[in-house]
Design a protein around this ligand. Structure first.
Ligand code: PLP
Length: 428
């Protein structure tokens, strides 16, 4: 997919990789090719985004050189004056933005943030109740192959077959019957708003703690466009690279009473030295997310997703739950293209430079490597500046690609149109 890019972008890529090119031309060419791929494709992967140049500059900073085991003011290494400053900045901004009592900004990614919560308050064999992966949950919410399903006794709730929304009656029934120690809400492929207050009530009723994993929706929560879990949940975890648009990393937050247990679970429980360059980039991203423009960005993500949904619905597609409230939607191909798999659709789209991911849909008969669904999200194209008109156009191309059964000449024609949009809306 490494086509030509405009001269100005080519110059930018060369400037960004010049030092690598001097010592390792092969690696530099791979980095440049990836940047050309990103510039030349429309990214509808719901969990991806384009971090700002400010965020990327922070990730490339000298903080990568520094060890800082411990916490600000309580380090096991010397020379941590500026490490302390940057980490404290990130902590304070995270607490303020999400309205939590406490934040630990050291988890390397979302999975590590979740692991830290479990290690803070659970013992092996304790019962956890999370959302079924095939209904939109995450690996770390108790999948058998994941540490969470191997260490803990994990149970799953799912969505209601008719409404295709989270079955809150089932959540309550399971919670009262099995008395889990921890209830987990939050999802990776759920297009509707999650009712954190309702989860909070159920947790209190059955005596469980509640963890809200807002990895996908953190940017929408920060922008005030999705209800916040800060009151209802004992723990709030997130990634920082999805709608929040920061570096690839994680944050774990909690109510004051769990602060010490959570901090010790991260270090020395699970990690050694924090990746301070990522911590610095988290601080920058949190500052960006606190600005008024970010609220507008969140609004545009949702508007674009609505436009995408409307256009696909008008072309006869079935979307799980009938639409979307947030940044993503799920096409259930079984409704009108029962012979096309999620894998095939995603492959064809990639050949037209539209990057999506296949995704299991609720009650999917096909294995996770094949699937009957496609997940589409608008955070990345919205960062590029695409508006509702371009998004509707994009929905049309997606329909043409799928309904043509992957016709080669059609894919080539759509790709030319995608390249024109990419050139008009470069990655900032
Ligand atoms: C993406 C995601 C994670 C984990 O993210 P990684 O950074 O890939 O470890 C955790 N929970 C949910 C709900 C997610 O969507």
């Amino acid at each position: 997919m490494s086509e030509e890019v405009s001269t100005s972008i080519a110059e930018r890529i060369a400037a960004w990789t010049d030092e690598v090119a001097k010592v390792d031309p092969l690696a530099a060419e791979i980095l440049a090719a990836e940047e050309r791929r990103e510039q030349n494709s429309l990214n509808l992967i719901a969990s991806e985004n384009y971090a700002s140049r400010a965020v990327r500059q922070a990730t490339a900073s000298v903080l990568t050189n520094k060890y800082a085991e411990g916490l600000p003011g309580k380090r096991f290494y010397h020379g941590c004056e500026w490490a302390d400053s940057i980490e404290q900045l990130a902590i304070d901004r995270a607490k303020k933005l999400f309205g939590t009592d406490h934040a630990n900004v050291q988890p390397h990614a979302g999975s590590q943030a979740n692991m830290a919560v479990y290690f803070a308050v659970l013992k092996p064999g304790d019962t956890i109740l999370g959302m079924n992966l095939s209904h939109g949950g995450h690996l770390t919410h108790g999948l058998g192959a994941n540490f969470s399903g191997r260490i803990y006794k994990s149970l799953h709730y799912g969505i209601n077959r008719t409404t295709e929304r989270i079955d809150m009656d089932q959540v309550r029934e399971m919670a009262l019957k099995h008395r889990p120690k921890l209830i987990i809400c939050g999802a990776s492929a759920y297009p509707r708003e999650i009712d954190f207050a309702a989860f909070g009530e159920i947790s209190r009723e059955c005596g469980a703690m509640l963890m809200a994993d807002i990895a996908h929706i953190a940017g929408l929560v920060a922008a005030g466009l999705h209800n916040s879990p800060a009151q209802a949940a004992d723990f709030v975890t997130t990634t920082t690279h999805k709608t929040l648009r920061g570096p690839r990393s994680g944050i774990a937050m909690c109510k004051a009473q769990y602060a010490k247990a959570l901090d010790s679970a991260v270090f020395p429980g699970l990690q050694g030295g924090p990746l301070l360059q990522q911590v610095a980039a988290k601080a920058v991203a949190l500052a960006e997310a606190n600005r008024p423009e970010f609220k507008q960005y969140g609004r545009s993500i949702i508007d674009n997703c609505q436009a995408l949904a409307e256009e696909l619905l008008s072309r006869g597609y079935h979307l799980v739950s009938g639409g979307t409230d947030n940044h993503l939607l799920l096409i259930d191909l079984r409704a009108n293209y029962p012979d096309i798999t999620g894998q095939q659709a995603a492959d064809w789209l990639e050949r037209a430079n539209i990057v999506v991911n296949k995704n299991s849909i609720p009650f999917d008969q096909r294995p996770a490597a094949v699937t009957s669904g496609v997940r589409l999200g608008t955070p990345a194209i919205t960062t590029r500046g695409l508006g509702q008109d371009q998004t509707r156009q994009l929905a049309g191309w997606i329909d043409e690609v799928i309904s043509s059964n992957g016709d080669e000449s059609l894919l080539a024609r759509v790709k030319q149109q995608v390249l024109q949009i990419c050139e008009a809306f470069p990655i900032p």
